[in-house]
Design a protein around this ligand. Structure first.
Ligand code: AMP
Ligand code: MG
Length: 349
């Protein structure tokens, strides 16, 4: 419980810094609206500038709430709850859940299962982020592993089915990215040209700042208990999504167990990474990618991202070494001298 509180505080601080930069211009004549709420299990914060800013922010928050109600694992009326509790049955689901399940399966295939939306049994077993978090026994892990595998999720036109009882869908690694893109649609429908939304480290900016300069997005220091920003990225119409081992975790016998599970081992991914941040245009894809490359690790993850167009990545290792993909070097500024940029491909063997 204490840990959770601390984590929320860190998020608020990181966001606060972001707002300071966001408001740092004098040319602001457009009406402005902002709001903060706890949705999708995280702190959501948004700001918009424009004639319809207020209604755009209100509708955006409402849309995020709707998405939570459709895709939460714990809300009993959600599509995902119904799917998880009625295996071997075709369940009618909303268009929104269908879009997310489809994209999740696409990334599961593309990443050879590093990203896997059927990770739910393992996530429940570990209970990370809940009061019951504990290291499971090996036989419990093996049982949950046998209930993991995206081949057990079948999608039809308006419905979906889990083919193996015990398999549980968990969209925690992708639904926030979908929500960010939905916010983009809502604000653009209202003619807003300057806005940002931050869903607990999943940041999307729309347009530039009111004065025409890029938004400055602060990337949080991934070290335990640090609330400061370690890098700043100039951003226009883009998204930065971070997956890290510091977001939800517990410690037992001096070992840290975090919330991103390697679907091959059934254990939290262990590869000397503190975090992986994806910078791209689309938050939906970036969310799946950040989780996937965190699981893949530095070398495999970097090669994978370099094979994609218009997607960049920053990895931070436990040694505070920072590895940037090729398109990122000119737009990121490391502001904390504890972190060292490693140039070139020196991570490769
Ligand atoms: P993120 O912060 O986007 O990396 O998402 C982490 C969340 O995604 C976790 O809290 C789980 O709900 C879920 N998750 C954990 N491991 C995986 C995985 N290998 N593939 C897909 N989702 C995962
Ligand atoms: Mg993710």
């Amino acid at each position: 419980m204490f840990k959770n509180k601390k984590l929320i505080l860190i998020t608020i601080l990181a966001v606060f810094l972001l707002i300071l930069t966001a408001c740092g211009n004098k040319a602001e004549e457009l009406p402005q609206a902002k709001d903060t709420a706890f949705l999708m299990d995280t702190l959501v914060q948004m700001q918009a500038h424009g004639e319809n800013a207020e209604v755009a922010v209100e509708e955006s928050m409402e849309r995020i709430r709707e998405i939570e109600n459709l895709m939460s694992k714990t809300i009993k009326s959600s599509d995902i709850y119904e799917l998880n509790h009625n295996p071997k049955t075709k369940i009618q689901i909303s268009q929104a859940s269908m879009a997310v399940l489809k994209k999740a399966l696409e990334y599961a295939k593309m990443t050879d299962g590093s990203f896997d939306p059927t990770i739910g049994a393992l996530v429940e077993l570990w209970g990370i982020g809940t009061e019951d978090a504990a290291v499971p026994t090996q036989s419990e892990i093996e049982k949950a592993l046998s209930n993991t595998g995206y081949q057990y999720l079948k999608l039809y036109e308006n419905s979906a089915k889990i083919t193996n009882p015990g398999v549980k869908i968990d969209l925690g690694g992708i639904a926030k990215g979908y929500a960010a893109e939905e916010v983009k649609d809502v604000v653009q429908k209202h003619g807003i040209q300057h806005a940002f939304v931050n869903l607990g480290g999943n940041v999307l900016v729309i347009g530039n700042k009111v004065d025409g300069s890029p938004w400055k997005i602060g990337i949080q220091d991934p070290r335990e208990g640090r609330g400061n920003v370690m890098a700043i990225v100039d951003a226009v119409d883009s998204t930065i999504v971070t997956s890290g081992n510091y977001e939800r975790y517990f410690e037992e016998n001096g070992k840290l167990y975090h919330h991103i599970i390697n679907p091959e081992t059934g254990y939290p991914a262990r590869n000397n990474l503190l975090s992986a941040s994806i910078i791209s245009e689309n938050s939906f894809d970036a969310d799946a990618l950040s989780t996937a490359v965190y699981v893949m690790g530095l070398e495999k993850g970097m090669n994978f991202i370099e094979s994609l167009e218009n997607v960049e990545v920053m990895f931070i290792t436990e040694k505070l070494d920072v590895y940037l993909s090729s398109g990122l070097k000119d737009i990121i500024e490391i502001t904390d001298s504890d972190f060292n940029i490693i140039e070139g491909e020196s991570f490769a063997n």
